[in-house]
Design a protein around this ligand. Sequence first.
Ligand code: PEP
Ligand code: MN
Length: 339
Amino acid sequence: MIIVMKAGAAKKDKEEVLKRIRELGYKPHVIHGATRDVIGAVGDERGKLVLHSLESMHGVESVVPILQPYKLASKEVKKESSVIPVSETLSIGGREIVVMAGPCSVESGEQIIETALAVKEAGAQILRGGAFKPRTSPYSFQGLEEEGLKLLARAREVSGLPFVTEVVNPETAELVAEYADILQIGARNAQNFALLKKVGQLKRPVLLKRGMSMTIQEFLMSAEYVMSEGNQSVILCERGIRTFETATRNTLDLSAIPVLKEKTHLPVVADPSHGTGNYHYVAAMAFAAVAAGADGLMIEVHPDPEHASSDGPQSLKPKKFAMMMEKMRLFAEAAGRTL
Ligand code: PEP
Ligand code: MN
């Protein structure tokens, strides 16, 4: 249910409402709007009608049901787009297109620092790199783990770029959060509910990738898992889904971008690297994603893709990445955005 407070309702009234929601066995989430606050009361759907009794409380304008199964992620609760701060000077979801770029995996200090400086020079605002890698095969490179996090922190120091890196299990989530600016949940873990709940309790923005066989509704339900634990800073990432097509690694579902933009206030970014699996197609799909309304992009860049430990075939060399970024400015401008 959404409890819409009157414009200018007293703090005391709001506190009384929050208390009453808890007494009724629901979890309140305050969403601050430009003119008034609304409170999302989430919990057992079956008994929710008791919440209608809040309508008679001081400061309450109305109590309305949230029709979608995802509540806090829904536009019903918050009409304005969420702008998620990443650092003091950078946020995702505003007018600026935010580009996260870097290697699939952190391999060495030299590799990650060289890449960080190159992507920064080309205009990327965030560094990416996997330290814990969720590989399909147990025999593939699993990542440098904590050593990788340390190298990412070093690259951040040298380049000034915040970084995003993946969390693969609840046990190591806090460790990753000590280092990272954004916690990535990968496609293979997009319905790992224990992990989603865990990152929902941490104080870091979460980049949630779409699972490869997830519907858009399931994707939003996963975002809801994070948000219902108290972390409202979720960034959705379309990274391609499984279809019958084999010419590309996945099928980048660009139509998911306008659909998500209609259904949720959360920012949406696209990952054309995993979406196509082939560096030849990355730039075209990156431009298309910006045209479709994406708030940002995640792009794999490696100084020596032929020798990369993972995802070399889809990684751009720094020079190609810089060329793509140059052209991207035109697409960003045409979409009414900046880069
Ligand atoms: C990655 O970002 O390197 C990654 C493993 O992505 P995904 O979870 O989308 O496959
Ligand atoms: Mn990868």
